[in-house]
Design a binder for this molecule. Structure first.
Ligand SMILES: *Cc1c(COP(=O)(O)O)cnc(C)c1O
Length: 468
């Protein structure tokens, strides 16, 4: 084993950590995000050998250098086998060809039908592994606008060293999304419908973490997309797809439906490790801060409006900070300054060289709701393929920026049955839930509705934990 990879904060004012502490910490104490200080370099002959591996074995090869000696090889192999065993497709992340040089990478065969299962099934097991070894117990608290909550619950349910509390905005998530959370009967799962918006939920979670005493007393851990283990698990499928399509001899591009920039950043890490990726295409809906930034070099907040692809309805994109850190020569002070500008003036500007470096590695395209629906219809007609609205944004963006002869893989981030209304309105077909979810719409639900009040939330968490 080579020297273990260490992690540092993008804001330069937090201690360097190893993998185990990075996973248990989430956000760095200086408000930054942890990134690896070095990356393994994968040579072409190694890529050739990796092309033969099934998904969970490839996952071991990609992930092991980042974990170092924090988990022994046999344990990490067993953990990864288990992580992807429950996926309902033997390929785990199958490719479907939908056009000449156009492929869809289906990332929705996990337990909650969205790509977030790839990361949260891994994170839940990794946390469990470390906590057992340390004989410790944690409390996971998270806010969700839909997909994160159910994937986090699916990854953490029935584990006796953690409680998980997920806040969703009451009446503002789809029935399927709510039921995927509230029909889980395990004792350690606590669903809260907060009377407010998704932003209120997020603010409440932030306030809990900002309360040092509460945070320490309950040993709070965040599982939002800034946790490095989530990014890491997502690096694997870029290798898997590119190898299936002929890497390293052939370079492909990826179009990625993007919100918080975690998924596409994982693709960037794969590229830096030596995987030949031509372009990474950022696909956004009308909440297009990233698309505007790639074009103009200005990162400017502009409110958030609801769309047909709600999991990409973001105001700012937290993981973008990781890329900015690299583009600014790993200078934490520059990032601190930009984030302060963003907080005070809702905007910061990239220098010309940084903007050019960004444009060199990333293309971007945007699709509004009308285009999203038209794309769902067109792909169904032309290729007999039913795409969910997030995937459709990716397909639309890919078509806008495609070059002659470019092979593009669009990441399909959700199963169409997760967003049946939008799909039905676009093309007249109501996508059916897969058979294993048969009971979902009739199973008993369990959740508590709370006022948007921090005191009430804290009291609720205290009370639930005393019951256990
Ligand atoms: C979370 C999510 C996204 C956005 O992914 P990021 O990593 O936040 O960019 C896209 N599509 C779906 C269906 C999601 O759940």
């Amino acid at each position: 084993m080579n020297t273990p990879i260490r992690y540092e904060s993008t804001r330069g004012n937090a201690p360097e950590l190893g993998f185990e502490d990075v996973v248990l910490t989430g956000l760095a104490v200086d408000g930054g995000l942890y990134v690896p200080k070095t990356l393994p370099r994968i040579e072409p002959h190694t890529l050739v050998a990796w092309a033969k591996l099934p998904y969970h074995e490839l996952a071991y090869e990609v992930i092991a250098p980042f974990v170092g000696d924090a988990i022994p090889e046999v344990d990490l192999r067993a953990l990864l086998t288990e992580t992807y065993e429950d996926f309902r497709h033997v390929a785990v992340a199958p490719l479907v060809q939908v056009g000449h040089n156009r492929h869809i990478l289906e990332l929705f065969h996990g337990p909650t039908l969205a790509f977030k299962d790839f990361a949260l099934q891994f994170l839940g097991r990794t946390l469990d592994y470390f906590l057992k070894r340390r004989d410790e117990r944690i409390t996971i608290v998270g806010a969700t606008s839909g997909d994160t909550g159910s994937a986090a619950i699916a990854g953490c349910r029935a584990r006796d060293n953690m409680d998980i509390f997920i806040l969703h905005p009451a009446g503002r998530v789809s029935d399927v999304q709510r039921r995927q959370m509230t029909t889980i009967a395990d004792k350690n799962v606590h669903n809260i419908a907060l009377k407010g918006t998704f932003d209120d939920c997020q603010d409440a979670v932030k306030a809990l973490f900002a309360d040092a005493e509460f945070r320490k007393a309950h040993r709070l851990v965040a599982v939002n997309s800034i946790n490095w283990a989530r990014i890491l698990a997502q690096v694997v499928y870029y290798f898997y797809a590119a190898l299936a399509l002929g890497a390293p001899a052939r370079a492909v591009s990826f179009a990625v439906p993007t919100g918080n920039f975690g998924d596409i950043y994982a693709g960037h890490i794969a590229r830096r490790m030596g995987l030949p990726i031509d372009r990474l295409i950022i696909a956004t809906n009308s909440n297009d801060i990233l698309d505007r930034c790639v074009r103009s070099g200005e990162y400017k907040m502009d409110g958030v409006s609801p769309t047909l692809s709600p999991s990409m309805d973001i105001q700012i994109s937290s993981n973008f900070e990781r890329l900015l850190y690299e583009l600014h020569g790993f200078d934490g002070e520059k990032i601190r300054k930009q984030m302060a500008d963003l907080r005070e003036k809702q905007v910061f500007s990239l220098s010309e060289p940084v903007k050019l470096a960004l444009q060199k590695g990333f293309a971007s395209g945007r699709a509004g709701d009308a285009e999203t629906s038209a794309t769902i219809r067109r792909v169904l007609e032309q290729s007999d393929y039913l795409a969910d609205p997030h995937t459709a944004v990716g397909i639309a963006a890919a078509e806008k920026v495609a070059r002659d002869g470019e092979t593009i893989v669009v990441l399909s981030t959700a199963h169409p049955a997760k967003f049946p209304d939008a799909v039905e309105r676009a093309c007249g077909i109501t996508p059916a839930l897969p058979p294993h979810m048969d009971g979902l719409m009739t199973a008993a639900e369990r959740y508590d509705t709370l006022e948007n009040d921090l005191g009430a939330l804290k009291a609720f968490i205290d009370k639930e934990q005393k019951k256990a």
